[in-house]
Design a protein around this ligand. Sequence first.
Ligand SMILES: *Cc1c(COP(=O)(O)O)cnc(C)c1O
Length: 386
Amino acid sequence: MKTKPISTPYDWLDRGLASIHKANWYRSTQTIASKAGTIANVDGREMLMFASNNYLGLAGDRRLIDAAINATEKYGTGSTGSRLVTGHLALHEELETAIADLKNTESALVFSSGYLANLGAISAIVGQRDLVLGDEYNHSCLKKGAVMSGTTALNYLHLNLADLTAKLQQHRANYRRCLITTDSVFSMDGDLTPLREIMDLATEYDCMVLVDEAHGTGVFGDRGGGLTNALGIQQDLIQVGTLSKALGSLGGYVAGSAKLIDYLRNRAATWIYTTGLSPADTGAAIAAIKIVKTEGDRRQQLWQNLELVKQGLQDLGIEAIAYDSPIIAINVGDIAETIQMANHLRDRGIFAPAIRPPTVPTARIRITLMATHTAEQIQKLLQCFS
Ligand SMILES: *Cc1c(COP(=O)(O)O)cnc(C)c1O
C-alpha cells in the first residue's frame, strides 16, 4: 500500500543537495584519527600530511599540550561567560600581552576564532556610510565582515595596485571612512600582498588598512611576527590573525593601537556576545608564541623545506602560482584532471587535496609545508609528482 509522502518545510533540502551534486560542488569530511603531525591516520589509512596549516609543527608539540593541560588544571575546562561578565581570565590578559609584543602593537584582543575576529573588527569599524575595498581573493571572513557591516564593499583585482588606485580615485570621495582589506598570504594561492604599496595608497587616500595575517604569523619576520613585521611597516594599521595555524591552538586576534582595541571591546559583537576562549586553547597559544619568538630555527627549517620542494618541482617542469610562502598551489586547470591528480597522490599515501571552484576560480593541487617535514618525506612527495 502506497501512501502519498507528506510534504514538510524541509523538502527543499533534497533539491538543494541535488543541485550541489549536479554542479560537482559537493564536499564531505575525511576523518583524522591521530595527533597533528607530518603523518596522519586519514579514514583509517596512514598518510603523509601535506595539507595542514600546522606550519611549525606546534599543534602536536609536547610543550603546547602540557600548557593546555596546566591551564585546564588551574582554570577548568570552560571560561564560563563572556569576557565582559565572568569570562575574562588572567590567562587571556597574558595571551593578549604576548600577541601585542609579537606584533609590535600597543594592544591586542583575542576572539574565539580568526573568522570571528574579522567579522567583529570589520563590522565594528565601518558602517553604511563607508567603503570597503578588498582584494578579490580575500578570505571568506573578510568578505562576510564587509557584508555584515552594511558598507559598500568592492573587490579590486588580485594584487592589482592599478585597479585599487582606480577604485580609490573613483569612489573614495563619496564615502565617510574607507577600509582596505587584504590577506597577507593568500590562503589558496600562497602569494603575498604588496603591503607597503597598499600602505602608501592608504595614506594618500586617507584609508584604514586591515591585514589578515592568518598564514603569515609565525612564518614571516625575525620573531615570527608576520609579513607586516618582516616588511618593517611602522604605520598604524589593523592586524588580524588566527591562533589556529602556525600557533597550533584555536582562536583569533586583532592587534593594533590601544584606542582601536578599546573601541572593539565596546563594539565588536562577535567578541562581546560570546564566551571567552577556553583555558586550554589560551594556555597552548601562550606557549606557542614563546616558541615562535625564540626558536627561529623552526622557521628556517620551514623555508629550507620550501626551497627543496621548489627545486624539485621546477626540475620536474611543474609550475606553481608562487613559492613565496609554505602554501604551494599547482594550477592544473581542468577540474577532472585535478581530481585525478589528487587521487593519484592519495593512492600513494600523500594528503594534498584538489581545491576547486567554488572555493577558488581555477582547480589546483594545494600543498602546504611544515618545518617538521623530513627530507625523506619531501622526496616521497616529489617522487609522486614525477
Ligand atoms: C584560516 C583563515 C581564517 C580563519 O581563521 P580561524 O581561526 O580558522 O577561524 C581567516 N583568514 C584567513 C586568511 C584564513 O586563512
